[in-house]
Design a binder for this molecule. Sequence first.
Ligand code: ADP
Ligand code: ADP
Length: 224
Amino acid sequence: MQLALKNVTKTYPNGVKALDHIDLTIEPGMFGLLGPNGAGKSTLMRTIATLQKPDEGELHLGDINILKQKMELRKVLGYLPQQFGVYPKMSAEKLLHYFADLKGIGNKMEKKKIVDYALEVTNLTDVKDKHVAGYSGGMKQRFGIAQLLLNNPKLIIVDEPTAGLDPAERHRFLNVLREIGTNNIVILSTHIVDDVKELCNDMAILNGGKILSKMNPVNAVEDL
Ligand code: ADP
Ligand code: ADP
């Protein structure tokens, strides 16, 4: 499966051209979208996630025409927005069971299996009985990923996930992404060069709504 964007353009009502004829092809693996604040990263991520519409352009994920088949896209999408959620005083495990119920994963065995897997991959098994409201920023980010994994997504989008994390938490978080990036398309949107350098096998640089270059992260990072 491949994500293909063609000529994606968005101008906000205030005249800001946030996306300027974006052409981009993304293969399974870890893809880094690198760019400074205001580059258009969030606009692009929200557009791929069907949360906003471009003025022009086409987006396809495999057979799915994203602009015409919103629901099909959403079934295979895991999107972690920049500032993620408010959390109730409920343990991580209970909350994940609750979300699994909402998704209609009815079978008890299956539910336990997928919740245990999500906790395991995100390294939260040891703290599964603690309230998510009391988690650190990094633990909350990892919980956000655990929640996405209940859907078994094929396309995962994370927007500036390491902002504000201390080095140890940042490392743990990147390891979680590495784990889930092997079979899926994972797009990491960030202004932190090292996130991309450590993790991604492909990348693009976005600035002023334009793709400046699409290259191998190792070469790119030497040029920055
Ligand atoms: P990034 O995620 O890279 O920081 P954004 O996509 O949030 O970039 O923003 C790109 C540009 O569009 C910025 O100049 C921003 O101020 C502007 N922008 C973003 N959202 C809106 C909006 N809803 N209305 C008007 N301008 C916006
Ligand atoms: P990001 O860092 O992801 O670009 P921002 O903090 O810039 O996020 O934006 C947060 C929210 O404010 C978003 O919903 C964005 O669309 C909106 N926004 C950003 N810039 C503008 C702007 N110049 N005018 C109106 N809304 C904006």
